[in-house]
Ligand binder design. Structure first.
Ligand SMILES: [Zn+2]
Length: 415
């Protein structure tokens, strides 16, 4: 009989050590469920111990104990491990009856700190959230709550010191039915905030997510030519240079080339000419990445005298603008490029050329602030994969959490 008791005490001490439980908490029960592959560890608050009020930290009397709660802990020997305890409640003269904090978990969490720590590591390491949830034996809601708390912690601790160059960008959300706008730290390659929508209110909300002190120190913003984003930035960061960056300009020019190709292909097909069939990629991709066969085809097409070949050449030439060091030379170049584009008789190209001309001042700012939304483009792939993995996200808020979790470079850990 005493042998059994000793074994029990030994087991209690073992788990107390394992959990790092210290006085006045002690292990009072260890239940091994062999069939269910589960260990339940009961913890108990020592008799007669004083408690601290969680509001003011003052020592006060024990009121009672809260009903029993359970926390999921790291598995031990592949046994799911749970901690059970009744948390003491303090009776503070000033704050009344309050549940005290437990050392092994954050308030409101169903997991111990060590488990959350581990879960965050697994989530960060897994390419797929489904896989991470399976590995952890958690459902989607639980995974989401762990991420929510991690992001809240990270945002609270985030340093914005030295933030100078940011990007504003929009992405489609829910298969293009709505949009989200992102604020990115271009030097730090991290997403700072995500809001739903792409109108002026959205862009204002994005800016307001930064403390005013940080906003005043922004030097330059990379953004598209969308009037809503421009207007919001003028108000929020009047001192900052606006830079319509090369990624956005290239996107508009590429779209124009593609529109020309589609129209011309349609016209040619009406005459039974399939020259432009399956050539979409050729006009949009960098020729440097072509296979030999593609390169040969493209060489032929480029010299074909087709409208799309002209549109493509105009688009290609524009990129020379980014190589100038002096504004005077850049302006001179633009004037001649614009003349060529305007005379091209290609409506989609003329339309983009006019738009570029209207915004030229905020394109030439690139010569002084060589920033682009390349960072955001780079994060795109990551964001895209979150989207595909996001079986469990039902709301924009969950999506925002996931973007900040994976692309925010936040300090997420609870310890
Ligand atoms: Zn108090």
């Amino acid at each position: 009989m005493s042998g059994m008791k000793e074994l029990h005490n030994e087991l209690h001490r073992h788990y107390a050590l394992l959990l790092g439980v210290k006085s006045p908490w002690a292990v009072n029960e260890v239940n091994l469920d062999m069939a269910g592959k589960r260990v339940e560890i009961g913890l108990e608050w020592g008799q007669g111990q004083e408690v601290l009020c969680p509001e003011c930290g003052q020592r006060c009397g024990l009121a009672d104990h809260a009903p029993e709660r359970t926390w999921r802990h790291l598995d031990t020997m592949q046994f799911e491990t749970l901690i059970r305890a009744r948390t003491p409640r303090s009776r503070c003269p000033q704050h009344g009856v309050k549940t005290v904090a437990v050392p092994w978990a954050e308030s409101g969490s169903r997991f111990t700190l060590l488990f959350e720590r581990f879960a965050i590591e697994v989530l960060l390491a897994c390419r797929s959230l489904t896989q991470a949830a399976d590995l952890l034996g958690l459902d989607w809601d639980a995974v989401q709550r762990i991420m929510d708390r991690a992001v809240q912690r990270g945002l609270k601790r985030r340093e914005l010191e030295g933030l100078a160059h940011v990007g504003i960008d929009e992405k489609s959300f829910r298969s293009g039915q709505s949009y989200i706008a992102l604020l990115t730290d271009l030097d730090g390659s991290r997403v700072l905030e995500v809001v739903e929508g792409c109108d002026q209110k959205t862009a204002e909300a994005l800016w307001l997510s930064l403390p005013e002190e940080q906003r005043r120190r922004i030097v330059a913003v990379a953004l598209d030519m969308a009037p809503a984003f421009i207007a919001a930035s003028r108000v929020a960061v009047p001192q900052a240079a606006l830079v319509h960056d090369k990624f956005h300009i290239a996107k508009h020019l590429n779209e124009a080339v593609d529109t020309v190709r589609r129209q011309e292909h349609k016209d040619l097909m009406a005459q039974g000419d399939a020259t432009l069939k399956n050539t979409r990629q050729l006009w949009l991709f960098n020729p440097l990445n072509f296979s030999d066969e593609q390169a040969a085809d493209f060489e032929h097409l480029k010299l074909s005298g087709l409208k799309v070949a002209r549109a493509w050449a105009i688009k290609e030439l524009f990129s020379k603008l980014w190589t100038y060091c002096y504004e005077g030379s850049a302006r001179k170049f633009f004037k001649s490029w614009y003349g060529w584009a305007a005379r091209s008789k290609l409506k989609p190209i003329i339309k983009v050329a006019k738009m570029i001309k209207r915004h030229l001042e905020n394109i030439l700012t690139y010569l002084r602030h060589a920033i682009t939304n390349a960072v955001t483009e780079g994060l795109n792939g990551k964001i895209q994969s979150i989207k595909f993995n996001a079986r469990g996200f039902r709301s924009f808020q969950n999506y925002r959490t996931r973007i900040l979790f994976f692309c925010g470079k936040l300090n997420l850990q609870p310890l």
